[in-house]
Design a protein around this ligand. Structure first.
Ligand SMILES: *Cc1c(COP(=O)(O)O)cnc(C)c1O
Length: 371
């Protein structure tokens, strides 16, 4: 018998508000034709995680037939001891991304607004749209968060304000005084989320805080990750610390077993290896200054940088644009990040790599500038 053609099938209609989403695209990791690829596009730690974390991960292989502990109790205890926070005010996620998602899921939906600075981490906007809320971007000044512009953008509908400090992709940070002023000028019921993905890179400059002191007194949540200086992005693990009622509400939207046991084990070990982490912060600091000075000496503008990446400004001139530089670097096997989708078409974001990778970057960039 002849098979009849399947009747044309109408698809189920996705929620209309999902139309607006431009899905997140991670930093590239392949360059056409290049033998050796140098990846400077995702702000990864080029030295990798602490060897203690790698051992803990390997040991966890013996128990892959068991579900992870639910609620990450042992990791929350470890974080609580490390930072002197109460363990029941911590929630863990598959990357701090998931924590950001749970915050939006819990506190914002259709008809609500979620506010952040103009050149912010893209996931604030994407999660806001996933839950049907309206993203609102406040203007920045000189590629830096403008507290007054944020305050001017608050409406009766604002539920959450997100702020990365230091910020990705600009690399700038706001001082503890600015942060405190923002918090106390915001209506008390608005949740302020301070994303500290790069907090560890801040050396003790005296005018910086990750915002932890605001958590006890106000509706403020801080988020952290093991993906950046701790070198564990492959395991997807991050956390948030906030007022107990806020964290308790978030547990209602958390997926069961959202963090894997090998990730929990590796994160606990990474947290213990304080010396390893500090050594990388110091290495990054010296390399960042070296690379920044070298790029400035080529005549390119580089924004002040607080974390493990640089934001480099290119001319708006045929053959010399950021996209041209990106293509040129790719042809040399060097992958950096275009940031046009962050509203920065004339910039490239370049992660500080290993000393050797940074040398290769500087050589290729010099060649581009002279070409
Ligand atoms: C990298 C990054 C994160 C997300 O990291 P996870 O891997 O999901 O923990 C969050 N915020 C900012 C600003 C980042 O740059």
């Amino acid at each position: 018998m002849m098979q009849r053609p399947a009747p044309a099938m109408s698809s189920p209609a996705p929620k209309a508000y999902l139309d607006a989403i431009a899905p997140y695209v991670g930093g590239k990791s392949k360059a056409e034709g290049a033998e050796r690829v140098i990846k400077l596009s995702s702000n990864e730690n080029p030295q990798g995680p602490s060897p203690l974390a790698v051992c803990a991960f390997a040991d966890a292989a013996a128990s892959l037939n068991r579900y992870p502990e639910d609620g990450c109790a042992s990791l929350r205890e470890a974080i609580a001891r490390h930072y002197h926070f109460p363990a029941d005010q911590i929630i863990c996620g598959a990357g701090s991304d998931e924590v950001i998602g749970m915050l939006v899921h819990t506190f914002a939906g259709v008809g609500d607004e979620v506010l952040f600075p103009q050149h912010s981490f893209l996931m604030y906007r994407i999660y806001t749209q996933q839950y049907g809320a309206t993203p609102v971007a406040a203007p920045e000044h000189n590629l830096r968060t403008d507290v007054d512009a944020l305050l001017d953008s608050v409406t009766k509908r604002t539920k959450i304000v997100f702020l990365a400090n230091p910020n990705n992709p600009t690399g700038s940070y706001i001082t503890v005084d600015e942060l405190t002023r923002l918090r106390y000028a915001l209506p008390a019921q608005i949740l302020l989320v301070i994303d500290g993905a790069y907090s560890e890179y801040m050396r003790d400059d005296g005018d910086y805080s990750d915002g932890r002191e605001l958590v006890g007194r106000t509706n403020t949540v801080i988020t952290r990750t093991f993906s950046k200086v701790y070198g564990l992005p492959a395991l997807r693990i991050g956390w948030g610390y906030g007022p107990k009622p806020v964290i308790d509400a978030m547990y209602k939207v958390r997926s069961p077993f959202n963090v894997s046991q090998p990730a929990i084990a590796a994160a606990i070990a990474a947290l213990k290896d304080v010396d390893y982490m500090h050594a990388e912060v110091t290495r990054n600091y010296h390399e960042r200054e070296r690379v920044r000075n070298a790029i400035r000496a080529m005549g390119l503008m580089v924004s002040p940088a607080a974390a493990n990446f640089l934001l480099v400004h290119f001319a708006d001139e045929a053959g010399k644009r950021a996209s041209d530089a990106n293509q040129f670097l790719l042809s040399r096997g060097i992958i950096v990040r275009e940031v046009a989708n962050y509203g920065l078409p004339n910039h490239l974001r370049i992660t500080i790599g290993s000393d050797q990778d940074n040398d290769a970057l500087l050589a290729a960039l010099a060649e581009f500038v002279q070409s």
